[in-house]
Design a protein around this ligand. Structure first.
Ligand code: NAG
Ligand code: NAG
Ligand code: NAG
Ligand code: NAG
Ligand code: NAG
Ligand code: NAG
Ligand code: NAG
Ligand code: NAG
Ligand code: NAG
Ligand code: NAG
Length: 477
């Protein structure tokens, strides 16, 4: 009896693994379908034709602005390319247009001016209200797009360097007058590709698509000192159908972090992030997490699939951050195939993150955190396996851990409160909040509730929840 049961179990796991892999490779292509980094542009100009000098000293803001103004006349003729050859191109902030490819040659470096005057100020985001870092206006990002479609920012691994050190200094000295700028920000835009570039030393977050859809970020390297403040890698924010893959990030804050607005402003703006696919990411962060959600999540975050994360020498591996006042939700998140080495806290859910835009937030606006599945995780040199904390009166539910094997230093590997869920094959043994009652039917989120999954789901005689937790089901027989 025992022998045949374990053969069945093995077969079931095999079928399940194969099925999920097939499904997700389909889904990730559905999210970013029709997106190619290689769109042909019938017109091309080189930045030197507009008087730019790549000596690292001449300020080229006017050259970028003039070149892009000129290329606007080709927008309805198949679009155009702005080519940046090898050299060091100092510039202030400039705006992109639709149907544009900004292409950097190998050894081309776009350098952000160290003079804050060259980064104009613009209104704060509506979903953040008073402004994220300081109340009021914020500096426009170095490369900025508003209301665009069909934009490609690419290159033969050329780089974009924000010279962030000066901004980090102003931040530490409290001499900033406005919220710091990003390296790249696109607002209200669609069909965006950012690929084959290195982003360095962003003053604040590196790549920030906000109120966007159809965004593909791939083959990107992001570097900032491990102690630099708020230098997040990629921040999909109130955006849908975003794919991030094949990236290497080494920075001071979260490697990849999904957001959707802040407290009462995010709740009323109500623009969720959903359909986010993340794969093959290697990250190292001293202050953040390899993959994070929030803390700004008031517009809601759902349908997130992440696979193939390698997280080393970091504070956190996987993290959800929220607080009373946020409202919104983080649900239907499926994370698998994660390896960690030398990570202080492998998995963390924080219900009391704090940080409010002002005193007008609604203390009774509680976030819904549910359907979070984390599976196939191995970790070496882990400090603590998990700190999972919900909110009083607002338990976080359906938190599922499957096949998680961590080599942990702490004698108290898990610390859980106000959460509920399931676990299966977790080493060290998970906290009792995740040890489900055999009589309940375990319903771990398996990635299949998005509409894409309903379309793609192979017909099957068993329910996937049965497959996801065969041990519990067998135990209840
Ligand atoms: C945004 O684009 C739409 C159509 O593409 C246009 O009607 C609208 O005026 C634009 N808004 C701004 C602020 O540019
Ligand atoms: C791109 O350049 C960075 C350094 O700027 C380097 O670390 C990375 O390996 C390069 N990537 C590729 C694909 O050559
Ligand atoms: C902030 O404003 C003050 C007064 O105008 C100015 O001296 C200072 O340089 C500004 N700080 C930054 C970082 O631009
Ligand atoms: C981007 O880099 C990848 C991996 O190095 C390479 O396969 C791809 O052809 C590059 N794409 C472009 C547009 O250069
Ligand atoms: C993962 O991405 C890295 C770039 O960060 C790339 O060199 C590597 O080939 C990718 N691996 C797979 C399996 O696609
Ligand atoms: C482990 O990571 C920490 C930072 O979180 C770093 O200071 C330390 O050097 C790393 N240890 C090893 C052996 O790489
Ligand atoms: C458990 O996870 C590890 C690491 O991702 C993976 O290699 C292994 O195949 C998984 N085991 C099962 C039974 O899925
Ligand atoms: C667990 O976390 C709580 C705070 O949430 C703390 O008071 C308690 O000491 C922790 N327990 C252990 C064993 O670390
Ligand atoms: C949670 O996941 C289950 C199983 O995949 C699904 O049936 C249910 O609708 C999900 N819940 C929500 C709130 O989406
Ligand atoms: C999410 O993806 C599915 C499948 O492609 C699609 O049907 C759905 O409209 C997408 N949701 C959003 C908000 O774009």
């Amino acid at each position: 009896m025992k022998g045949s049961a374990s053969v069945t179990l093995f077969q079931v796991l095999l079928i399940f693994t194969t099925m999920v892999q097939t499904q997700w490779s389909t889904v990730s292509s559905i999210y970013c379908k029709d997106m190619s980094p290689n769109v042909y542009r019938p017109h091309s100009v080189t930045i030197t034709e507009f008087g730019a000098v790549g000596d690292g000293v001449t300020l080229n803001t006017k050259a970028f602005q003039n070149a892009i103004f000129y290329l606007n006349s080709f927008a309805d003729k198949g679009g155009a390319q702005l080519f940046v050859p090898a050299g060091r191109w100092l510039t202030g902030s400039f705006n992109l247009i639709s149907h544009l490819t900004l292409s950097l040659d190998k050894n081309a470096v776009i350098i952000g001016s160290p003079d804050s005057y060259h980064w104009p100020v613009i209104d704060p985001l509506p979903s953040y209200g008073r402004g994220r870092e300081l109340p009021g206006k914020r500096h426009q990002s170095l490369i900025f797009g508003f209301n665009l479609t069909d934009v490609i920012i690419t290159g033969a691994n050329g780089s974009i360097d924000g010279q962030g050190a000066i901004w980090w200094g102003w931040f530490h000295d409290h001499t900033l007058n406005y919220t710091r700028p990003h390296l790249v920000e696109l607002m209200y835009s669609t069909n965006i590709v950012i690929s084959n570039l290195t982003f360095k030393n962003s003053p604040f977050w590196n790549i920030h698509p906000v109120y966007c859809s159809q965004v593909l970020v791939q083959h990107v390297t992001i570097l900032a000192p491990l102690n630099s403040p708020n230098t997040d890698g990629v921040d999909p924010d109130s955006s849908t159908n975003v794919c991030i893959n094949h990236c290497y990030v080494r920075n001071g804050d979260d490697v990849i972090v999904i957001k959707s607005g802040w407290d009462e402003y995010g709740i009323s703006f109500a623009q969720p992030s959903s359909n986010i696919s993340i794969s093959n990411i290697t990250g190292e962060t001293r202050g953040g997490a390899g993959i994070a959600f929030g803390s700004e999540m008031s517009g809601g975050i759902s349908e997130v699939w992440a696979e193939g994360l390698r997280i080393v020498n970091s504070l956190h591996g996987i993290r959800i951050k929220t607080a009373p006042g946020r409202g919104g939700y983080v649900k239907n998140v499926y994370i698998s195939d994660v390896s960690m080495d030398n990570v202080s806290i492998a998995i963390r859910i924080t219900g009391n993150y704090g940080e409010h835009p002002d005193d007008n937030y609604d203390r009774f606006a509680l976030p819904v955190i549910s359907n979070i599945t984390i599976k196939d995780v191995v970790g070496a040199n882990i400090g603590i396996a998990g700190i999972l904390e919900g909110i009083q009166g607002d338990n976080f539910i359906n938190i599922c851990l499957t096949n998680v094997s961590l080599s942990v230093q702490s004698v108290h590997p898990w610390n859980c409160s106000l959460i509920e869920g399931y676990s299966n094959s977790v080493i060290p043994e998970s906290c009792e909040q995740l040890r489900s009652n055999c009589r309940q039917t375990p319903v771990c989120y398996d990635g299949s509730s998005s509409s894409a999954m309903h379309v793609q789901k192979p017909r099957h005689m068993w329910s996937t929840s049965w497959l996801l937790n065969p041990l519990l089901k067998l135990a209840s027989f």
